[in-house]
Design a protein around this ligand. Structure first.
Ligand code: PLP
Length: 405
């Protein structure tokens, strides 16, 4: 009789979003006349930019012609896209990334979940708390995280780095040495960033203890302030300790069309000199058959002059929503974080009100949906996430209702 991978049985249920879904459903059933506004999801709402749509149409036409039809894409991704990435995301920032260090994929969720496969199951991971849940769950599925304690919501074999208002939502170097460190800046869910100098300390630390940093830069396009690294490779020595994950979802609206990439420098080696780049190339070639040609052409269009202009306008649109939420909440006395270099606003719930109580309050009294901070980790208790990805009209309406609570 077959046996399942019992690491999966240790996973807690996906309590957060299923509970939100159930509560919203029940609320709508008992309040059919109320319009519910969601500022809870991390999905974009603006349509794909015109230059991107144009490239999709053109690439689709190519697929209809026997002369230009494309079958399987190259393992690492088409050179036209990797070249655009290397020039625009790296060379423009003074960083040299070779084309064979870039692996095009269907997005950062798969890559952030799958990258752990190339590491020993004995390796110990360190994560921020709160955290994008994929990092921990993927490691739990691989059997790297020990046991889950339902009372504390912590895994026994994970190093947690609390990120709270007290430390400015910047993780401190752990006292126990990790092998794999997950960092994500600008951060989901807190909306926080760290300065380039702070990131440099992490790079120096990782090199000194021979750990690898998995750096999730999915929200890089939202950085508005100076002195924040747009790529970890702006830090000296990062090529010997860091993998970088990027996504086209939030900078260009590809959540539905799917595109991302991972950078693994060839200098990045384990203690025996094994190149992680070769392992990921092997894994990519074995388990992934390439992002669609049409979508890779769409990705290339993001880097065209029109693409840059149009996607910047979309980011400005979302960041204007972020400002509306931030300023609106601050005006009525909330303590708010994030929303300056990220599309996420992380607010402190009122004294004595838990994350879930605040969720219920907002839904009952304002018909507005957000995300309880505790769903991202125990240090998220007492916080609440709102996103700037709605329409401006709904964002203004939601804030008006919150003010009237
Ligand atoms: N990384 C972080 C931190 C995210 O918040 C998300 C999506 O919300 C992703 C990765 C997933 O990106 P993608 O749509 O490219 O899979």
């Amino acid at each position: 009789m077959f046996k399942v991978n019992d690491n999966y049985l240790k996973l807690p249920g996906s309590y957060l979003f299923s509970t939100i879904g159930r509560k919203v459903r029940e609320y709508k059933e008992s309040n059919p006349d109320k319009e519910v506004i969601s500022l809870g999801i991390g999905d974009v709402t603006q349509p794909l930019a015109p230059s991107i749509i144009k490239s999709i149409h053109e690439a689709t036409d190519e697929m209809a012609d026997g002369q230009t039809f494309k079958g399987y894409a190259p393992d690492l991704g088409y050179e036209f896209l990797r070249s655009a990435i290397s020039i625009n995301d790296y060379k423009s920032r003074g960083v040299d990334i070779a084309l064979d260090e870039i692996f095009v994929s269907d997005g950062a969720k798969s890559d952030s979940g799958n990258i752990q496969e190339i590491f020993s199951v004995d390796n110990k991971i360190a994560v921020c708390d709160p955290v994008y849940p994929v990092y921990i769950d993927a490691n739990a599925m691989a059997g790297r995280t020990g046991d889950f304690n339902a009372d504390t919501s912590l895994w026994s074999n994970v190093i947690y780095m609390p990120c709270t208002a007290e430390n400015g939502f910047a993780p401190e170097l752990p006292s126990e040495t990790p092998d794999i460190i997950y960092l994500c800046f600008p951060n989901n869910p807190t909306g926080a960033t760290i300065s380039k100098d702070q990131l440099q300390k992490w790079v120096d630390y990782a090199n000194s203890v021979k750990a690898v940093i998995i750096y999730d830069a999915a929200y890089e396009a939202y950085i508005s302030e100076a002195n924040i690294a747009h790529t970890i490779y702006e830090c000296e020595g990062a090529k010997t300790c860091a993998i970088e994950l990027k996504s086209f979802s939030k900078n260009a609206g590809f959540t539905g069309t799917r595109l991302g990439y991972t950078v693994i420098p060839k200098e990045l080696k384990d203690e025996n000199g094994v190149m992680l780049n070769s392992l990921w190339a092997r894994r990519h070639g074995t388990k992934f058959n390439g992002a669609p040609y049409i979508i890779q052409r769409a990705g290339e269009a993001v880097y065209s002059e029109a693409g840059k202009r149009e996607t910047k306008a979309q980011i400005d649109y979302y960041m204007n929503n972020a400002k509306i939420i931030r300023d609106g909440l601050a005006d009525i006395g909330y303590t708010v974080f994030g929303g300056v270099n990220a599309p996420y606003i992380w607010l402190k719930t009122p004294e004595g009100v838990s994350s879930w109580q605040f969720f219920d309050l907002l839904l009952d009294r304002a018909s507005v949906v957000g995300t309880p901070g505790c769903g991202f980790g125990p240090s998220g208790e007492g916080y609440f996430r709102l996103t700037a990805f709605g329409t401006t009209e709904n964002t203004i309406k939601a804030l008006g209702r919150i003010k009237n609570i």
